[in-house]
Design a protein. Structure first.
Length: 299
């Protein structure tokens, strides 16, 4: 029963990681850019929501309605002013640019808010600490369930956008071959800007989840980036539903690791991440297909 509880809690934790990694996966799938400022931007969203709750008295869910368009505008400006120019300078430049942007954001937040921690939990009433009893000594928190549901809905919404809308077809065309898309009349710069804006909307939602489930401070971004990156890699770079699977895998590994050893929470997740990297580096899927082919011939 203990292990069932750990798997359940790991699945719920994985919902947060999937929500956190959603924008990172989407932006990589469209622009082939790993945004190293992703975690810092999530923290920016959390601070914006905290300011609206603390100084304007807005419930974080209502504040999210204001933060999402603000972050979308920030994403549009980020693409126009930073990413668009850096992409043309080479593959390494966007990574360096977003790394520098993360440093600027972290230090700016520190200058503006200090080193103290904040949380959105006090503004969420009972949702922050409420739980449901499943029997047999199993309980689930209401907030983790809400976050997992939000991750599924968000990933499903993005999947539907890409599959069934005209904008989605344009995004997929640009992601597949921007040069050819440009030749058939698609404004690739505009599509990239829209994709960056959509990615930042998911960042705003992730910021709400971060602030609601734990405390945060100006330098909380790098750790969030690590979790998001590991979830994306485990699930497959650029795969939306793979991001959900990767987040859940990471969450379960961390919870089982914590059960085995008090210091095993982070070690368990990092170990799974490294195993996935090693297996993919070794070309395990291709090796398995060749083995099956040889076995079939031998038979």
């Amino acid at each position: 029963m203990i292990w069932i509880g750990q798997i359940l809690q790991g699945t719920l934790l994985g919902g947060y990681y999937a929500l956190l990694a959603c924008g990172l996966s989407f932006l990589f799938g469209v622009m082939r850019i790993i945004n190293l400022a992703h975690g810092s931007l999530v923290v920016v969203s959390a601070f914006l929501l905290w300011m609206l709750a603390e100084h304007a008295g807005l419930h974080p869910f209502l504040g999210l309605l204001a933060v999402m368009p603000a972050m979308a505008l920030l994403g549009w400006l980020l693409q126009r002013l930073v990413l668009d120019r850096s992409i043309r300078a080479g593959e390494l430049v966007p990574i360096l640019s977003t790394f520098g942007l993360a440093i600027v954001i972290d230090n700016s937040l520190f200058s503006g808010f200090g080193a103290g921690t904040r949380s959105l939990a006090p503004y969420l009433d009972t949702l922050a600490y409420g739980s449901w009893d499943l029997g047999s000594d199993l309980t689930v928190g209401q907030l983790p369930v809400v976050i997992l549901a939000a991750a599924i809905l968000l990933l499903g919404g993005l999947h539907a956008l890409l599959r069934f809308t005209e904008l989605g077809r344009r995004i997929r065309a640009v992601a597949e071959d921007p040069d050819t898309a440009r030749l058939i009349g698609i404004n690739t710069r505009a599509v990239f800007a829209i994709a960056a804006a959509i990615s930042m909307v998911t960042v705003a939602i992730a910021g709400l989840a971060l602030g609601a489930r734990s405390t945060f401070d100006p330098y909380a971004g790098p750790l969030q980036l690590i979790f998001a990156f590991e979830a994306v890699v485990i699930g497959g770079m650029g795969s939306l539903w793979g991001t959900l699977l990767g987040g859940i895998t990471l969450g379960i590994a961390q919870c089982i690791g914590a059960q085995l050893n008090p210091q095993g929470f982070l070690i368990g997740g990092h170990a799974v991440f490294l195993v996935v990297l090693i297996v993919r580096q070794a070309g395990f899927p291709d090796w398995l297909l060749r083995l099956r082919a040889q076995t079939g011939k031998t038979a």
